[in-house]
Design a protein around this ligand. Structure first.
Ligand SMILES: [Zn+2]
Length: 150
């Protein structure tokens, strides 16, 4: 059966990948669920729709259900905040070079943005840093027309 993500479902608490405390504050990797079908003949339905039941022998109701395939990967806020501070420090140190010479710095920018996105550091980011990270993103876009997701 299919493996799916269910963004509408808030996953359970899992150990923070850094310190092990139970958390679901910052989801780094979404949980994955396996779909499966439950099939049964609906006895209640038969009771109410006796005639239909006769006409359509073996009427079945199929319900899609989910079982957990991979638990989500999370980081607690206490570990996440200093990590973002470090990333912002790194951004401040390198952004001018990156923006000035995007093509030469492309792979460094890509690597940085990949980690940045993984940890979800855009979340409630101060305005002045939003500008910096946007500058870096456009430097990458303008470099080779590639996106950070590739
Ligand atoms: Zn932690």
């Amino acid at each position: 059966m299919r493996i799916v993500q269910r963004p509408e479902v808030k996953g359970g608490f899992v150990p923070c990948i850094e310190c092990g405390v139970g958390t679901r504050s910052h989801v780094l990797e979404s949980a994955e669920y396996e779909e499966y079908e439950e099939v049964w003949e609906d006895d209640d339905l038969q009771e109410y729709q006796g005639r239909k039941k006769v006409e359509e022998e073996e009427e079945e109701e199929v319900v899609i259900r989910y079982r957990l395939h991979n638990e989500q990967v999370c980081m607690c806020h206490k570990c996440w905040v200093p990590r973002r501070e470090k990333a912002i420090g790194f951004l401040n140190k390198h952004k001018d070079d990156w923006v000035r010479d995007g093509p030469a710095q492309m792979w460094r920018i890509k690597r940085f943005l990949k980690s940045w996105n993984y940890y979800g550091f855009d979340d409630e980011l101060e305005l002045k840093y939003q500008k910096d990270i946007e500058d870096v993103r456009s430097a990458l876009r303008n470099s080779a027309g590639i996106s950070e997701e590739e």
